[in-house]
Design a protein around this ligand. Structure first.
Ligand code: G6Q
Length: 541
């Protein structure tokens, strides 16, 4: 990303947005809808089979114009093009950021350091497809000659959250006679539960790690290897029961995995942007190569939309600008993502990493401390479950929490009554948040005087609603890419680097010191008193 001279709060559009907010912050959605019967059309985008209604956000036409001006003053268009053309926009790590290449068609050419990355991308995809066919058709046999029925992905962070989320989301498309499990936590219980009830002879481990040095993954992979060797009672069994996904061939070899059974990717794929790289191999085995290609095509459609659509109709751009508006002007510290589809139960967890690891930054691209808020906290649960727990605070609490509601017209399972109720709820929640119930309405219901205040819903709480036809692989791809690009837009506005994650390092380094101290009681402790006491608790054990 090129150096930005202008500080965010000095930009003309930012100053105008401050004035504009002061003028309109008292307006409420009831009034805005009443005064503008065309509001819903003006603030709804229909593209790529997505119905994106942001009319219940607290914006006016002028707001969107000023936010678009802000995007222009930030050079957003050029920055999008820079990402798509392989420029090294991850400046702190001096890397290109090319997750978009992972889902681009074969005939495309994208250069990094003068080299076209696309042949490599498609070569790996073809190898993944051949491998997943072998597993699904029962042609890949375990060490004792049995077909594989259980797939266990070992990985963490970006090498776990995408695969878990995609598996849960697309479970409907997976065969009933295979098990897919995911191990991430260093807590041995995670591995113990994953292998519980499974036969080693029928189990394949995928060790997914970009670096192949991540502590949790390597410890889990070593224990899994012990389990395989011990259960099958042969050291040679490893080659038929382990494959690797990594960029680090040497470490894969050292672990004992044949590099023939390694699927590579590249330093220009960030962990949290890697689910369409070989990290997606568990997804491909689960849903089959045709469905996996459909998933990729959905991502690609959204990539094209992001690159080519004018900002006024560009879904990720609008989402990103609304996020900035809500975060920096409405001062909302959090953003709820509420999918009304049980298959998307891990989607909020996936988005937590995508959004917060990307935009949880405190300095600008050139290292200056920001004097404005950056990435909000993303969180959520599927509806309708959340309605019976935390929605109370969203409706009547003192905090403003913008909500993204995500729903599908058609269900994947034929229980029509359930789906009508599900949809009625997603629609009702947005309506209740926006328009609430005022004093007059509460009183008209004959409410006892002492309860009137308790029953008032102030309303004016912002939300967006996304409706797609059905939870298909391509629609999942579109949804994920939509959030990925929205995160990028936010990063550009805040002038931060969404593609590094230096904030996760310190804890890792300290843990290495502490594990030595726990295991060797002779080591002197030189931490603060609280930390020393905690270490001592475990030494005494
Ligand atoms: C993601 C982060 C992080 C990473 C994990 C796993 O963007 O970099 O979540 O994915 O730490 O790393 P490895 O794949 O190298 O094991």
């Amino acid at each position: 990303m090129s150096h930005i001279e202008n500080h965010l709060t000095e930009l003309p559009s930012w100053k105008k947005l401050i004035e504009h907010y002061a003028q309109i912050h008292k307006l409420n959605l009831r009034q805005l809808f009443k005064e503008d019967r065309d509001r819903v059309n003006r603030f709804t985008v229909k593209d790529l089979d997505i119905y994106f209604d942001y009319s219940k956000q607290r914006v006016m036409g002028d707001t969107m114009e000023l936010l678009t001006q802000l995007a222009n003053e930030r050079g957003l268009k050029k920055k999008i093009e820079a990402m798509f053309s392989g420029e090294k926009i991850n400046t702190t790590e001096n890397r290109a950021v090319l997750h978009i290449a992972l889902r681009a068609p074969k005939e495309k050419s994208i250069l990094v350091d003068g080299q076209d990355v696309m042949p490599g991308v498609h070569h790996v995809l073809e190898r993944m497809a051949a491998f997943s066919d072998k597993i699904r058709n029962g042609d890949w046999l375990g060490h004792t000659g049995k077909p594989i029925k259980n797939i266990i992905n070992i990985g963490i962070g970006g090498s776990d959250l995408g695969p878990v989320m995609a598996y849960e989301a697309l479970k409907h498309y997976a065969p009933d006679d295979m098990n897919f499990r995911f191990v991430s936590n260093i807590d041995g219980s995670d591995l113990a539960e994953a292998i519980s009830g499974l036969k080693a002879e029928e189990t394949l481990f995928i060790v997914a790690s970009k670096t192949f040095t991540t502590l949790e993954t390597m410890v889990n992979a070593q224990s899994a290897r012990e389990w395989i060797v011990c259960e099958i009672n042969d050291k040679e069994a490893v080659s038929k029961h382990f494959i690797a996904v990594s960029t680090n061939e040497d470490e894969v070899r050292k672990f004992g995995i044949d590099t023939e059974n390694m699927f590579g990717f590249w330093d220009w794929v960030g962990g949290r942007y890697s689910m369409t790289s070989a990290i997606g191999i568990s997804t491909m085995i689960a849903i089959g190569k045709e469905n996996y290609y459909r998933l990729l095509s959905g991502f690609h459609e959204m990539d094209n939309h992001f690159l080519n659509t004018p900002f006024e109709r560009n879904i990720p751009v609008i989402m990103g600008l609304l996020a900035v508006w809500n975060n920096n002007f409405l001062q909302s510290d959090t953003q709820a993502v509420l999918p009304y589809d049980n298959y998307l139960k891990r989607f909020p967890a996936y988005l937590q990493q995508l959004t917060m690891e990307s935009n949880g930054k405190q300095v600008t691209q050139n290292g200056q401390r920001v004097n404005y808020q950056t990435g909000p906290v993303y969180w959520g649960e599927p509806g309708t479950n959340g309605q019976h727990s935390f929605y109370q605070l969203i409706h009547q609490g003192t905090k403003i929490i913008p909500c993204d509601f995500i729903g599908f017209k058609e269900p994947l399972n034929p229980w029509p009554l359930h789906h009508d109720y599900l949809i009625a709820n997603i629609i009702a929640q947005g309506e209740a948040l926006a328009f609430g119930k005022n004093r007059e309405e509460v009183e008209q219901e004959g409410t006892e005087a002492r309860l009137v205040n308790h029953k008032i819903f102030e309303g004016n709480r912002p939300s967006s609603t996304f409706i797609l036809p059905k939870l298909t692989p391509e629609n999942l791809g579109k949804l994920i890419a939509m959030y990925e690009h929205s995160v990028f837009v936010q990063g550009v506005i805040w002038d931060i680097n969404p593609f590094d994650q230096m904030g996760v390092e310190l804890g890792k380094v300290l843990a290495k010191t502490i594990i030595d101290e726990i295991q060797d009681s002779k080591k002197s402790l030189i931490h603060d008193d609280s930390t020393n006491a905690l270490v001592n608790l475990f030494r005494k054990r």
